[in-house]
Design a protein around this ligand. Structure first.
Ligand code: SF4
Length: 122
Protein backbone atom coordinates (compact mmCIF):
# COMPACT_ATOMS: atom_id res chain seq x y z
CA UNK A 1 0.00 0.00 0.00
CA UNK A 2 1.26 3.47 -0.92
CA UNK A 3 0.63 6.62 1.14
CA UNK A 4 0.48 10.10 -0.33
CA UNK A 5 0.58 13.23 1.84
CA UNK A 6 -1.12 16.50 0.98
CA UNK A 7 -2.08 19.75 2.65
CA UNK A 8 -5.76 20.44 1.97
CA UNK A 9 -6.14 23.87 0.36
CA UNK A 10 -9.93 23.84 0.27
CA UNK A 11 -10.02 26.19 3.30
CA UNK A 12 -7.50 28.05 5.49
CA UNK A 13 -7.37 25.25 8.12
CA UNK A 14 -4.80 23.44 5.96
CA UNK A 15 -5.44 19.91 7.28
CA UNK A 16 -2.69 17.35 6.66
CA UNK A 17 -4.18 14.60 4.54
CA UNK A 18 -2.91 11.05 4.18
CA UNK A 19 -4.27 9.18 1.19
CA UNK A 20 -3.72 5.43 1.15
CA UNK A 21 -3.64 3.92 -2.33
CA UNK A 22 -3.59 0.44 -3.74
CA UNK A 23 -2.42 0.89 -7.31
CA UNK A 24 -4.56 3.68 -8.78
CA UNK A 25 -7.34 3.20 -6.25
CA UNK A 26 -7.88 5.27 -3.10
CA UNK A 27 -8.62 2.94 -0.20
CA UNK A 28 -8.54 5.35 2.78
CA UNK A 29 -8.26 9.08 3.44
CA UNK A 30 -7.15 10.29 6.85
CA UNK A 31 -6.67 13.72 8.43
CA UNK A 32 -9.59 15.56 6.85
CA UNK A 33 -12.06 17.41 9.04
CA UNK A 34 -14.83 17.65 6.50
CA UNK A 35 -16.15 16.18 3.29
CA UNK A 36 -14.49 18.86 1.15
CA UNK A 37 -11.12 17.61 2.37
CA UNK A 38 -12.00 14.05 1.47
CA UNK A 39 -12.93 15.16 -2.06
CA UNK A 40 -9.76 17.24 -2.32
CA UNK A 41 -7.54 14.35 -1.16
CA UNK A 42 -9.12 11.92 -3.60
CA UNK A 43 -8.80 14.36 -6.52
CA UNK A 44 -5.23 15.28 -5.63
CA UNK A 45 -4.18 11.62 -5.41
CA UNK A 46 -5.84 10.50 -8.65
CA UNK A 47 -5.99 13.51 -11.01
CA UNK A 48 -4.72 16.78 -9.51
CA UNK A 49 -6.15 20.01 -10.91
CA UNK A 50 -4.80 23.54 -10.83
CA UNK A 51 -5.70 27.05 -11.91
CA UNK A 52 -3.07 28.55 -14.22
CA UNK A 53 -1.99 32.18 -14.45
CA UNK A 54 0.42 33.55 -17.02
CA UNK A 55 0.90 36.49 -19.41
CA UNK A 56 0.33 37.00 -23.14
CA UNK A 57 2.23 39.30 -25.48
CA UNK A 58 0.23 42.29 -26.63
CA UNK A 59 1.08 44.94 -29.20
CA UNK A 60 -0.06 48.56 -29.18
CA UNK A 61 -0.84 48.27 -25.46
CA UNK A 62 0.17 50.32 -22.45
CA UNK A 63 2.40 47.35 -21.41
CA UNK A 64 3.98 44.59 -23.53
CA UNK A 65 2.24 41.77 -21.64
CA UNK A 66 -1.29 41.25 -20.37
CA UNK A 67 -2.02 38.86 -17.47
CA UNK A 68 -4.30 35.92 -18.20
CA UNK A 69 -5.67 32.98 -16.23
CA UNK A 70 -7.76 29.87 -16.66
CA UNK A 71 -11.44 30.37 -15.83
CA UNK A 72 -11.50 26.92 -14.26
CA UNK A 73 -9.07 24.31 -13.02
CA UNK A 74 -7.21 22.10 -15.48
CA UNK A 75 -5.36 18.78 -15.13
CA UNK A 76 -1.96 19.52 -13.59
CA UNK A 77 -0.20 17.16 -16.02
CA UNK A 78 -1.44 19.28 -18.98
CA UNK A 79 -0.12 22.62 -17.69
CA UNK A 80 3.05 22.57 -19.87
CA UNK A 81 0.87 22.16 -23.03
CA UNK A 82 -1.39 24.99 -21.88
CA UNK A 83 1.57 27.30 -21.23
CA UNK A 84 2.94 26.45 -24.71
CA UNK A 85 -0.43 27.46 -26.26
CA UNK A 86 -0.45 30.70 -24.26
CA UNK A 87 3.05 31.51 -25.53
CA UNK A 88 1.81 31.25 -29.14
CA UNK A 89 -0.73 34.06 -28.66
CA UNK A 90 -0.06 37.66 -29.74
CA UNK A 91 -2.87 40.09 -28.93
CA UNK A 92 -3.46 43.64 -30.11
CA UNK A 93 -4.74 46.24 -27.65
CA UNK A 94 -7.29 47.18 -26.52
CA UNK A 95 -8.21 44.19 -24.41
CA UNK A 96 -10.86 44.17 -21.66
CA UNK A 97 -10.74 42.10 -18.46
CA UNK A 98 -12.58 38.80 -18.96
CA UNK A 99 -12.04 38.81 -22.75
CA UNK A 100 -11.52 35.22 -23.90
CA UNK A 101 -7.97 34.90 -25.21
CA UNK A 102 -8.09 31.13 -25.99
CA UNK A 103 -11.39 29.28 -26.00
CA UNK A 104 -11.42 25.67 -24.75
CA UNK A 105 -7.64 25.55 -24.43
CA UNK A 106 -6.29 22.18 -25.69
CA UNK A 107 -9.78 20.71 -25.35
CA UNK A 108 -9.99 21.04 -21.56
CA UNK A 109 -13.31 22.90 -21.65
CA UNK A 110 -11.59 25.81 -19.89
CA UNK A 111 -10.92 29.22 -21.44
CA UNK A 112 -7.90 31.47 -21.04
CA UNK A 113 -9.18 34.94 -20.17
CA UNK A 114 -7.59 38.34 -19.65
CA UNK A 115 -7.45 39.37 -16.01
CA UNK A 116 -7.20 43.13 -16.60
CA UNK A 117 -7.95 45.81 -19.14
CA UNK A 118 -5.13 46.76 -21.48
CA UNK A 119 -5.88 50.01 -23.26
CA UNK A 120 -4.35 50.85 -26.62
CA UNK A 121 -1.69 53.56 -26.74
CA UNK A 122 -2.77 54.86 -30.16
S1 SF4 B 1 -10.29 19.07 5.33
FE1 SF4 B 1 -11.98 20.51 5.51
S2 SF4 B 1 -11.43 21.71 7.33
FE2 SF4 B 1 -9.56 20.68 6.67
S3 SF4 B 1 -8.51 22.17 5.29
FE3 SF4 B 1 -9.78 20.81 4.03
S4 SF4 B 1 -11.72 21.94 3.77
FE4 SF4 B 1 -10.65 22.82 5.52
Amino acid sequence: MEEKNFICTACPMGCKLIVRMEGDEVVKILGHRCRKGETYGRQEAIAPQRMVASTVRISNGLHPLVPVYTNGSVPKRRIPEILAKIREVQLTAPVTAQDVVIENVIGTGVDIVASRDMPAIS
